[in-house]
Design a protein around this ligand. Sequence first.
Ligand code: SPV
Ligand code: MG
Length: 670
Amino acid sequence: MKALILNSGMGTRMGVLTSEHPKCMTEVSSRETILSRQLRLLADEGVTDVVMTTGAFDSVLVNYCRGLDIPVNIVFVNNPVYKETNYIYSIYCARDYLRDEDIVLMHGDLVFENDVLGDVVQSPVSCMTVSSTKPLPQKDFKAVVKNGKITAVGIDFFNEAYAAQPLYKLKKEDWNVWLDAIERFCENGNVKVYAENAFNEVSDHCSILPLDVKERLCSEIDNPEDLIIVSNELKKVEARTVYMCFSTDILHSGHIAIIRKAARLGKLTIGVLSDEAIVSYRRFPILPYSERKTMFENINGVSRVVEQKTLSYKENLEKYRPDIVVHGDDWDHGFQRPVRDEVASVLASYGGRLVEFPYAQNEAVRELEKRAKIELSMPDIRRARLKKAIAMKGTVTAMEAHDGLTGLIVENTVSYQNGEAHQFDAMWISSLCDSTAKGKPDIELVDMTSRFRTIDDIMEVTTKPIIFDGDTGGLKEHFVYTVRSLERMGVSMVIIEDKTGLKKNSLFGTEVVQTQDDIESFSEKIAAGKKAQKTKDFMICARIESLILERGMEDALTRAFAFVKAGADAIMIHSRKKDPSEIFEFVEKFRAEDAMTPLVVVPTSFNSVKEEEFKARGVNIVIYANQLMRASVPAMQNAAKMILDNHRAEECDSILMPFKEIIRLIPEED
Ligand code: SPV
Ligand code: MG
């Protein structure tokens, strides 16, 4: 595509301002002239071949252009009779450089904002800039639009007309028709009219559509008054600030394209979503915040990168008050809609504007996402993620999974509330549920080989980190092997409880005989496990049963500090009371002496406490230990009963997942 800039005119209405150079060399800002701005914007749009017609001050203009540091190639075509002719003749002089080309045609005294030129250059059809909101000028161009097409351009048309500016994109099939007409006009000596007069005769054979710039800047400078108005408008345009937010850690061409478009609108600030926000919203980020920030800082056109701590833009919009927020139009439906509505209302409160560009995820993007997920499921990456998630969020949640299907549910379930997204951060492989799924009691009867099989089934279809319920850990001599196996598989944490002998589920409490291990022997088991592990990411958590076995708070705390000393990376404190006060008391007393060691709770009984409260009190992992299993059992019993009651399955259909959905529940690998 070539640009054709018409600079042969004398610009006499500018008075002294054009006494030594052509009008296009008039300064419109402290940094730029009309022409240097046009050339810079063309180069930004990738239009680097320019044909420029010259007339008055020909050599001044040529020398000026040669001195500009703008990457464009200019062919100068002089109109030797510029005084006696209009620009129709200048185009005629340049015709050999222009035929069979897509052209961006502009007058040399036009000032427009970046994205106006962007829209023109990228228009898939021939177009002329018009404004549906600006008043019709008395003496300047108007375009007559019929059935969506421009049928005539000139100063005398007022019916069905829009204010129009001589900035065109002309596809070669339309341009050739117009150029032929220009040629005919000039060869018949009709050289004192507008080139548009020639267009008006052939407009039936061209398809030039109006491109509505509305209030955006796109104006000619004819006289010193215009210069003042346009320069002031340009100042405002150049001071405009634009804001966008990104959650991505994989940049692709779609992102770059939308960033380029946003940067055309003004100084671009990019909000990078914090790790904490991103981990709840999408998936664990492959690159941490600091690296994602650097990635955006190095993109051309980005002026500043700031952190956005939540999915909601409100805090940052109120802080930075951008004139424009840019986003893809994909957020006008689905869970992001409330976020979008909030952005629109905050912008409206101070007169900002929302600009939405068409955006659709393409196959390449989906492929990148798939690769990211595969990477996240690899043992080294998955193992390290629990520690990282705790560091990012302070408090993480884990949900029980006991097979591939429940793993997928934990992996994929998301709750959207007011534009926020919530997901589980990790998976808990419960001894209770793993045993129950096999119809066995929770007494360490299901052996490690079988438990590892469960882990493997879950790992195969998920990416989230895994916390493994290691029961008592067994004999110290066996535990060291368990640690190595778990670590190798990519498990992040094993929790072992300070019990010995025949283990029973803690929720039985003192109803059954349960023996607590002594501090020394359990400490030795922890120390042996820590010595056995190979990576720094794997964690061994000591679970204290003193409250379950009613041995008192002092005993629980003494054990906790001893186990930390023995090397435990985290402490789980358990209780089977509905009232959370003993858990709170433990957390408070523990935190008074140890601010760092992560604390874990399993609020099966004390289930009224919300995650925010645990977080505020200093708990780092909240495990929902058995809810998926407990939800499935009554549902299955109910279905079985209904079929027996009715001697057929029809009645039970209403409580079942539709057949069509169950066969699509599990995505197939391609
Ligand atoms: C499990 O889920 O197996 C546990 C937690 O160990 S609890 O059942 O509460 O003891
Ligand atoms: Mg258990």
